[in-house]
Design a protein around this ligand. Sequence first.
Ligand SMILES: *Cc1c(COP(=O)(O)O)cnc(C)c1O
Length: 433
Amino acid sequence: MFIHDNISANDKNHLVMGGCDLCYLADKYKTPLYVMDEEKVRDNMRAYKNAIEDYYNSNGMVLYASKALSNLYMYKIAKEEGIGVDVVSGGELYTALKAGFDASKIYFHGNNKTYDEIELGIKSKIACFVADSINELDMIDRISGENNTVTNVMFRIKPGVDAHTHEFIATGQIDSKFGFAIENNEAYEIIKYAKNLKNIMVVGIHCHIGSQIFELEPFCEAARIMIKFMTKVKNELGVNIKRLNLGGGFGIKYVKEDTPVVYPKYIEAVSKVLKEECEKEGVDLPYVLMEPGRSVVGDAGVTLYTVGSIKEIKDVRKYVSVDGGMGDNPRYILYEAEYDAAVANRADAKEEEVVTVCGKCCESGDIIMKDAKLPKLKSGDILCVMSTGAYNYSMSSNYNRICRPAMVFVSGGKEKLAVKRETYEDLIRNDLM
Ligand SMILES: *Cc1c(COP(=O)(O)O)cnc(C)c1O
């Protein structure tokens, strides 16, 4: 009945997730409210972790791409589940370290890391930087020298694979701000250059072809290209690439029509390709890293809103306003993203009209669901928007000086407040006059 099977209804006709009544949570913590199903997050992490054990002889590690949802509690969960994380900024690294995350399982990405970010990474002894430009590589070399250390580096490579997804989230093609292309030799040249830097240890190569991808083949194709490249680098430059990071990008279900691949299938398919290609090329199987972000947290989260004003413009459109919007979920305004929703206080309500659910920000594009088939909503209803666990809280803002919502994790009928709601005082915290 609901798009995710971890959501059900109780005898009060309220939605339930993680054994908690969502109306109770909305009442206790107020709306908007992010709610995360902790077991689902853990299950998603385990699905990837187990797949590396089952299909690739445990010769690898799952890194949770923490930009999808970053806060202290998420890093604690990843730590407990025994996986690594990737970070893309000093702020994410700082949060991970504060959560007690083991630095030796942290990989640092990003296309323009600053001196301070690199220094923090080196001083904290993170596992590896994923270098994205020559400037950055030189800076990592220099800062490593200043700290009398040799730093592990992987290189972000553009394999030239075209994944079918929104152009803003496709990253494997040559026209991308990320990485070094194979087809014009940039990738080869940077490794040739890095090999002679004193404070750099070349340990691996990385690619990330995009996000919200529903097919296996682009990942298999990227793996083939990366193994070929590894072989070339080994034969011609004598550089032995030991780690291969194949990124994230695995799609999740946002609307009924979405048909995601069962997550372990990615690792099963890619493992097969790696074994075949390495055998063919006569190179050792690399240690493999996979970086799921969206698919770890996306389908584990919902956002609860209270319905406010309803405006029916005859023969045009019916707008249903909720008490949040692009501040807590900017994905429509960024990508025209689609969502599914249900009514938390009337779980069995049938979908009977097409409306546009909009937020309360001063932007016409401040929309959560455009032309969505929903039950007839009334002011005061609690709307539960599904699949908001990824790239919602982590992309949130204070636009219009609206306080960011709280985040609650639910499990076994109990809830934990992981992030409290911002207050007006928080909003002026850094204003000096
Ligand atoms: C964003 C990103 C990921 C995670 O992507 P998802 O689509 O959320 O799985 C992994 N690796 C890198 C380098 C990324 O930039």
